[in-house]
Design a binder for this molecule. Structure first.
Ligand SMILES: C[S@@+](CC[C@H](N)C(=O)[O-])C[C@H]1O[C@@H](n2cnc3c(N)ncnc32)[C@H](O)[C@@H]1O
Length: 385
């Protein structure tokens, strides 16, 4: 496999969050051969050898907040027809990576390439892995299954193993959801996109907290809690996994965690069900003493500190129809309470409709790129004092 072997890790994130993810990766100070490279949909990390590659995969899974998953890239080679794909994927040392007799699923995608039949490509690579490591067909989602991803782009094939398993936004604590919940990695990415810096003393409040996603992620950021500390990852079953080293990585993460938040983190919602769900989600995460939550209408919310960031994801429909009158009124109330009560605070508002942002009567100087969420494209509107 000389020349084709890769020791690369790819951290994938939702579109629009690449720069946030890159900043998170730079903060980890990983042993890489060169600076991590931001590309569309994620960040590429080049490792010096297989041992570092597996260490970096573990560290990134454990710590990255805005990533969706982490792939370990095994090989890259030019390919022009299926017989060549078969031959080249058999040169991968599968037994070095996969445990014998494991269950495996291969997913392939082909773009602008002579090989265009993705199912046929997946079958070839599966057979090579099955012969190389005695793998059996499997679902690729459960803990004891592995997923291999094959991407053929302009006749160049990249073969990766998924090291995360369940997507990274499934942190293990938010088991209850209210209406239209955000994914954890999206909420964490939005807090960072809004330039929230708890260490600089800025409080945080979400007055329409739903199931509490912003609060959970805010506590994680402020108290330096590793987002993956409570879950299992697919790499823990890979042959190259070093359980002792991973236990040490987790222990180091625990040592860094703060037991008190440096700033007040609070949430509210006018739905009793949502407040209850948030409270139980915070408890499951071990964060119940690190954030407060209460039942309040938007008109009743008041600041928890002299300065802070209000981050909020109010309801919005797919289209702005006649029923949107209530929504415009709600956004108007939000704008009014913010103007009258929150002098010195910043606002970050997530919505799918610019007209609803306008209905707040606030001036938004910074608007993010469109971010896919729940079948819609939402934007983060930022108001600074
Ligand atoms: C889109 S959801 C927020 C989802 C949340 N970000 C999450 O990840 O779970 C909007 C929330 O606004 C709340 N809400 C609607 N009208 C409100 C009002 N007048 N005052 C306070 N909360 C309100 C709803 O109960 C709902 O939980």
């Amino acid at each position: 496999m000389k020349g084709y072997r890769l020791n690369e890790v790819f951290a994938a994130c939702p579109p629009g969050f690449e720069s946030v993810l890159l900043a998170e990766i730079n903060d980890l100070d990983l042993p890489l051969t060169k600076a991590p490279k931001q590309v569309i949909g994620g960040v590429e990390l080049d490792c010096p050898d297989r041992q570092t590659w597996s260490q970096v995969a573990a560290e990134t899974n454990l710590w990255l907040r805005s990533a969706t998953r982490v792939l370990a890239r095994l090989a890259r080679f030019p390919v022009h027809h299926l017989a060549q794909l078969d031959k080249r994927s058999r040169r991968i040392d599968w037994s070095e990576v996969l445990p014998t007799d494991c269950r495996l699923k291969v997913e392939a995608s082909c773009h602008r390439s002579r090989i265009y039949h993705s199912d046929a490509a997946a079958t070839r690579v599966f057979k090579a892995a099955a012969d190389g490591a005695g793998a059996h067909p499997g679902g690729g989602t459960n803990e004891d299954h592995f997923k291999i991803l094959v991407r053929i782009e302009r006749d160049l094939c990249t073969v990766s193993v998924d090291t995360s398993g369940a997507p990274l936004y499934q942190r293990g604590a938010k088991l209850e959801t209210a209406k239209a919940p955000l994914r954890e990695n999206l909420a964490a990415g939005l807090l960072q996109l809004a330039d929230w810096h708890p260490a600089a003393g800025e409080a945080l409040m979400d007055p329409m907290c739903g199931s509490g996603t912003f609060l959970l992620e805010a506590v994680g950021l402020a108290c330096r809690r590793a987002p993956g500390a409570q879950r299992h990852f697919s790499f823990e079953n890979l042959k190259m996994h070093d359980p002792e080293r991973f236990a040490a990585q987790k222990e180091k993460a625990e040592d860094q965690a703060l037991s008190v938040s440096p700033v007040p983190i609070s949430g509210s919602d006018n739905s009793g069900g949502a407040v209850g769900a948030t409270q139980r989600n915070l408890e499951r995460a071990g964060f119940s003493k690190l954030a407060t939550v209460q039942r309040l209408d938007i008109s009743e919310v008041r600041p928890s500190a002299a300065t802070g960031l209000m981050i909020v994801n109010p309801p919005y429909g797919k289209r702005l129809g006649r029923e949107s009158r209530d929504q415009r009124q709600l956004y108007g109330e939000l704008g009014q309470v913010f103007r009258e009560q929150f002098a010195g605070w910043r606002l970050a508002l997530l919505t799918a409709h610019g007209q609803l942002a306008l209905a707040t009567g606030l001036d938004f100087k910074q608007v993010s790129v469109a971010i896919p969420h729940g079948g819609l494209r939402v934007k983060l509107y930022r108001h600074e004092p």
